[in-house]
Design a protein around this ligand. Structure first.
Ligand SMILES: O=C(O)CCC(=O)C(=O)O
Ligand SMILES: [Fe+2]
Length: 343
């Protein structure tokens, strides 16, 4: 069923059964300048834009997002220094050796699309850590301390500064997503008390010469959390988003913006009313590419249960109820299984 894009004056209270065909050709740009506007009508109007993007595309750019340029550039510099370390130094922080997916992923260490041969990127993953240095010990299935490289002064500080700034941006988005779902603005507050945010630094070498189609920078996949906040390098086109016609739509870098895309947790909360859209990245630019995704989900102990407004007799709940932590962990295990020498 094709349903036209909703607008503010036609907002059904029931979202269940509301479907679009997701044949988008463009990714909308949303201005977050009014995200905390004192007038609730202004916030609601912004939430309607977000709702349309979530229902039709699952991806949008944000401008006026509040992450300072200096915070971004010092983290990108930190990433460049990290990936330039000798392989043996990086392998000492191998993600397979750490509790719950913290640390370094080598080239081809991940395989986001099981039909592929491994992803052509290197990565460095961290979870929550206080700026002063302590991590949490109560993240259930996902508990595990970050690992940090020796001999890179300022690296940890730069990365944690970006992490906390992006987490604050994410915290300001949850009320807008709640409004977009006709829920009270504070609906996600009690579900996001211990930010379950995973941040990655990613490095994509250029793919030149004959390219095996099954080797991509990151293979076709959906993200696992509620949403992702992605910084991508300005001058390199690589990220692509799949529409319902099977067409890969380029998410070209737009200076001054970040990309926000929905992940599976929001698809589960909304019984697929919000789209967790398939995407991939292929770096055929001839130059190195860096990107920084931050994946933000509900607290790891929170159950992912379809919202009543997104379920009806005609459109029953599509997913089994699991906790956010169980879900993220199981997806990460599958992603890394092929490179885990213990298996
Ligand atoms: O690097 C990119 O542009 C996309 C990364 C991505 O999709 C991911 O890490 O889940
Ligand atoms: Fe992704």
């Amino acid at each position: 069923m094709n349903t036209p894009v909703m607008n503010a004056s036609h907002r059904p209270l029931m979202l269940a059964g509301f479907r679009t065909d997701s044949t988008f050709e463009d990714i909308p740009i949303i201005n977050l300048a009014d995200a905390r506007h004192p007038n609730p009508d202004v916030r609601r109007a912004l939430a309607v834009e977000i709702r349309n993007a979530c229902i039709n595309v699952g991806f949008f750019y944000v401008k006026n997002h509040g992450i300072p340029e200096e915070t971004i550039s010092s983290t990108v510099e930190a990433a460049k220094r990290f990936f330039a370390l000798p392989s043996s130094t990086k392998m000492a922080m191998d993600i397979h050796k750490t509790p719950n997916f913290k640390g370094y992923t080598a080239l081809l260490g991940e395989n986001t699309n099981p039909e592929n041969r491994g992803d052509l990127h290197e990565g460095f993953d961290i979870g929550w850590e206080e700026p002063a240095g302590s991590s949490r010990t109560d993240d259930g299935a996902m508990t595990g301390e970050n690992v940090w490289p020796d001999g890179l002064p300022g690296f940890r500080e730069a990365v944690l500064e970006y992490y906390h700034t992006a987490v604050r941006l994410g915290q300001s988005l949850f009320p807008l997503f709640a409004l977009a779902l006709d829920l009270p603005e504070n609906f996600f507050d009690e579900k996001t008390t211990k930010p379950a945010a995973i941040m990655r630094l990613l490095y994509y070498p250029p793919q030149t010469g004959p390219v095996d189609d099954r080797v991509q920078g990151i293979g076709a996949h959906t993200d696992y959390e509620c949403f992702t906040i992605l910084w991508q390098q300005d001058d390199v086109k690589a990220l692509q988003v799949l529409n319902a016609n099977g067409k890969w739509v380029d998410a070209v870098p737009i200076p001054g913006t970040l990309v926000v895309n929905l992940g599976d947790q929001f698809a589960r909360w909304t019984n697929d009313v919000f789209k967790s859209t398939v995407h991939r990245a292929i770096n055929r630019s001839g130059v190195e590419r860096y990107s920084i995704p931050l994946f933000f989900g509900t607290d790891y102990d929170v159950k992912l249960e379809a919202l009543p407004s997104c379920v009806s007799d005609d459109y029953p709940a599509q997913y089994e109820v699991v906790t956010a932590g169980e879900y993220v962990k199981s997806r990460l295990e599958a992603t890394y299984a092929h490179s885990n020498s213990e298996h």
